[in-house]
Design a protein. Structure first.
Ligand code: UD1
Ligand code: UDP
Length: 382
C-alpha cells in the first residue's frame, strides 16, 4: 500500500512522525510511506530538527515553497503536489491538521480522484476568520477517510452531513468517519521518557521544576494585531512582577519578527530587560516536551501545545477566544482568555488556587492512534 504523506508546517512534521513510526515499527512490509514536504516551514528549528530527533525518513520531495500570501503559497503548493501525485499515483494521500499545506494537498488530490485521508478531521473553532477553519472544512469535505482525534470531532462531522453509518468501500461521496484518538498523544507518550533523559534545556536556562511558566504565541490574530500582542505581553509582565516564577517563551519566527515593532516601547523594554523572562528561538520537540513536563502553567495560542499541557497534567491559559479542543475547557483544564490582560491574569490566579483539583481523564485515545489509522488504511485497501 503506497501512501503519500504531505507535510509542511512544524506541527505536521511532528504528527507525521507518529505515522511514520507506526509504519516503521509495525507495518513496514505492508505500507510504503512517501513523504512530500511543501517547504512551508524551512528554518532548521522549524523543520530539520524534528526529522533528526524523531527519526523521520527524509522527504522524497521538498517543494521549497516557503512563505507567502495565502493565495500564492497555496497555489504554488497545489501545482507542485499535483505533479508528484501524478508521478507517484499513491493509493491514499495522507494530510494532517489544518494548514495551507493540508488544503493544497487535499484539493490537488481529490480532483485527480486520489482518495484523501485526513488525520485530525472534524475539529472546528466555528470562527471562519481563522484561515485554519477554512482549511479544515474544505479538507474534510474532500476526504474519503476522516480520522478524528475526539468524540467532539465526530459530532461536528455528523452535524455537517457525514454519516456514521457509511460503510466500506468509502469514497469522497461516501466517506468514512473514524474516532481514532490523537497522534499527538501517541508522540507525547512515546517520547516522554526520552525527553526527560536527553533534553538539556532545564540546565541550559537554569530552570527548576515547577518554578516557571511556558508561553507560546504565533496565531495571526495575536501577532498581526498590536492590541492583542500588547495585551498578552502586558499580562506576562504583570504576573512576573507579582511572583519569582520565570517565564520561558520559545518564540515562533512570525512573532519574533514582529515583536519589536508591535509592542509599546516601554513594554518591550520591560519584557526584554526582565531576567525572569527568557525568550528563545523555537526549541526542539524533546526540549518542548521537557519544558511542558517541568513547568507550572502553560500560556498558549497553539492547538498542539494546549493538548500537550493536558498530556503532562498542566493547566493551560488559552490565548484565544475559542478553541477546537473544547474538552479541555469543559473539563476545567484550560481557560479561554483571548488576549485581554485582565482575563489572562485572572486565569493565572484561578489556576494558582485550583491546580490541585484538576483531573485529567483519557480524552485523546490510548497512545495507539497511528497504528489504528494504518490498520484502517490497510483494511480499506484490501
Ligand atoms: C502556520 C499555519 C498554522 C499553524 C502554524 C504552526 C497556515 C495558514 N497556518 O502558521 O495553522 O498553527 O503554521 O506553526 O498554514 N517563518 C519563518 N521561518 C519559517 C516559517 C515561517 O521565518 O521556517 C515566518 C515567515 O515570516 C512567515 C511567517 O513566519 O511569513 C508565517 O509563516 P506561515 O507558514 O505562513 O504561517 P504560520 O504563522 O507559521
Ligand atoms: N513545538 C516545538 N517547539 C517549539 C514550539 C512548539 O517542538 O518551540 C511543538 C509543540 O510541542 C507541538 C507543536 O510544536 O507538538 C505545535 O505546533 P505549533 O504550535 O507550531 O502549531 P499548532 O499546533 O498551533 O498548529
Amino acid at each position: 500500500l503506497k501512501i503519500l504523506s504531505v507535510i509542511g508546517a512544524r506541527p505536521q512534521i511532528i504528527k507525521a512522525a507518529a505515522l511514520s513510526r507506526a509504519v516503521r515499527l509495525s507495518f513496514g512490509e505492508q505500507i510504503e510511506d512517501v513523504i512530500l514536504h511543501t517547504g512551508q516551514h524551512y528554518d532548521a528549528a522549524m523543520s530539520d530538527v524534528f526529522f533528526s530527533e524523531m527519526e523521520i525518513p527524509p522527504p522524497k520531495y521538498n517543494l521549497g515553497i516557503g512563505s507567502g500570501s495565502h493565495g500564492r503559497q497555496t497555489a504554488l503548493m497545489m501545482e507542485g503536489i499535483e505533479k508528484v501525485l501524478l508521478e507517484e499515483r499513491p493509493r491514499f494521500l495522507v494530510v494532517y491538521g489544518d494548514t495551507n499545506s493540508t488544503l493544497a494537498a487535499a484539493v490537488a488530490a481529490v480532483k485527480h480522484h486520489i482518495p484523501v485521508a485526513h488525520i485530525e478531521a472534524g475539529l472546528r473553532s466555528f470562527n471562519k476568520a481563522m484561515p485554519e477553519e477554512i482549511n479544515r472544512i474544505v479538507c474534510d469535505h474532500c476526504s474519503t477517510l476522516l480520522f478524528s482525534p475526539t468524540g467532539k470531532g465526530i459530532e461536528n462531522l455528523i452535524r455537517e452531513g457525514f454519516s456514521p453509518a457509511s460503510t466500506s468501500p468509502f469514497s469522497a461521496d461516501h466517506p468514512g468517519i473514524f474516532h481514532t484518538g490523537d497522534v499527538m498523544y501517541d508522540n507525547s507518550r512515546f517520547y516522554a521518557r526520552k525527553a526527560e533523559k536527553q533534553s538539556q534545556i532545564l540546565n541550559r536556562y537554569s530552570l527548576k521544576e515547577g518554578s516557571f511558566h511556558l508561553v507560546t504565541i504565533h496565531r495571526d490574530f495575536n501577532t498581526d494585531n498590536a492590541e492583542n500582542l500588547n495585551g498578552i505581553f502586558n499580562a506576562i509582565s504583570e504576573i512576573s512582577g507579582r511572583t519569582d516564577d520565570r517565564f520561558v517563551i520559545p518564540l515562533h519566527p512570525r512573532t519574533s519578527k514582529i515583536m519589536a515593532g508591535a509592542l509599546e516601547k516601554n513594554l518591550y523594554k520591560k519584557i526584554t530587560e526582565n531576567e525572569r523572562i527568557v525568550i528563545t528561538e523555537p526549541v526542539s520537540f524533546f526540549d518542548m516536551i521537557r519544558l511542558e513536563q517541568s513547568c507550572s502553567m502553560v500560556f498558549t495560542d497553539s492547538g498542539g501545545v494546549q493538548k500537550e499541557a493536558f498530556f503532562f497534567q498542566k493547566p493551560c491559559v488559552i490565548l484565544r477566544p475559542e478553541t477546537e479542543w473544547v474538552e479541555l475547557v469543559d473539563n476545567g483544564n484550560a481557560v479561554l482568555t483571548g488576549a485581554e490582560s485582565a482575563k489572562i491574569i485572572a486565569s493565572y490566579e484561578h489556576f494558582l488556587k485550583n491546580m490541585s483539583q484538576l483531573t485529567f481523564p483519557d480524552i485523546y485515545g490510548n497512545g495507539n492512534a497511528a497504528e489504528e489509522i494504518c490498520r484502517i488504511l490497510l483494511n480499506e485497501d484490501s
